[in-house]
Design a protein around this ligand. Structure first.
Ligand code: GLU
Length: 284
């Protein structure tokens, strides 16, 4: 059976060597590094996504020798798909509005009676203490009527009770039991954007027929949540391969702030495509 992979950058900065590795890894994992990629622009954050970054992504990928299918899926144009998925979860009574600010959550956690080392922590930090899960329907309506902005959170224990025990497969780690509860009541729609990374990526991977999701180790834990959403929304279940992260000379993972490692800067300094491919282990 043929393998369908994708590369899904966010146009919120310039691509660096880590992205180049990820794009080449996806192309190679599809079975043919020269085949066209499925490319998706994860541009749901209107404040940070920019056309100039998008244009540079196309230029850098072309320079890397990669080609892709048209049209490129831009998440910002598919908000209706994400809204339908959220409606479905709402219909299952699995979502609740959360009016808390980050500062309020921090205060709530600090004020909780637990000793600091007893406060449950997940991959993204301390878990949401559930404040808005327990308010009454009347309080919710009052806050909405007063125009308080709100995010939508997944009631994790109820969602897991419906889904039952789930498994997913990672190429390096084998078959794993999904433990999405490590994130607590995860946000599925943000106050400023009526979707989230988790909803958009899970739905799109299904709609685009992705059979093998390749991405960095930094997103490994997110796959536990994605497996749960696949089950709740009746989506196909892909396989996963989380690849290593490219580090700088000091052993720190490359990030958007590392300007020297951007493909744009490397190109400007005369580095060739062959050198970058070689450096990343995709040389001839
Ligand atoms: N858009 C994400 C990023 O640029 C990648 C998402 C994914 O591969 O699932 O880090």
């Amino acid at each position: 059976m043929s393998i369908t992979t994708r590369f899904a950058p966010s146009p919120t900065g310039h691509l660096h060597l880590g992205h180049a590795y990820s794009a080449l890894f996806a192309a190679q994992a599809s079975g043919d590094i020269n085949a066209r990629l499925i490319l998706r622009l994860e541009d749901i954050d209107p404040g940070r996504s920019k056309k100039e970054y998008e244009d540079q992504i196309f230029s850098d990928l072309r320079w890397l020798g990669l080609r892709w299918h048209e049209p490129v899926r831009r998440q910002s144009r598919h908000m209706d798909d994400y809204a339908s998925a959220l409606d479905r979860l709402t219909g299952m009574e699995l979502l609740y509005p959360c009016f808390c600010s980050r500062a309020a959550i921090r205060r709530e956690i600090a004020a909780s009676s637990s000793a600091p080392h007893d406060i449950p922590k997940g991959p993204d930090g301390p878990l949401y203490p559930g404040t808005c899960r327990d308010i009454t329907a009347m309080q919710r309506e009052d806050l909405k009527a007063a125009g308080q902005p709100f995010a939508l959170r997944l009631n994790m224990s109820q969602a897991m009770a419906i889904a039952g025990t789930l498994y997913w497969h990672d190429a390096d780690q084998g078959t794993l039991q999904a433990t999405p509860e490590i994130f607590g009541d995860v946000i599925v729609a943000r106050k400023e954007t009526p979707t989230s990374y988790h909803i958009a990526v899970t739905l799109d991977d299904h709609l685009q027929g992705i059979s093998l999701i390749t991405r960095g180790q930094d997103l490994f834990h997110a796959s536990h949540v994605h497996r749960l959403l696949q089950s709740l929304l009746d989506l196909d279940q892909p396989d996963y391969h989380h690849h290593r992260l490219i580090e700088d000379d000091t052993g720190r993972r490359l990030a958007k702030r590392d300007n020297a490692a951007t493909l744009m800067a490397l190109r400007a300094s005369g580095t060739t495509t062959a050198q970058v491919r070689q450096l990343l282990g995709f040389g001839p």
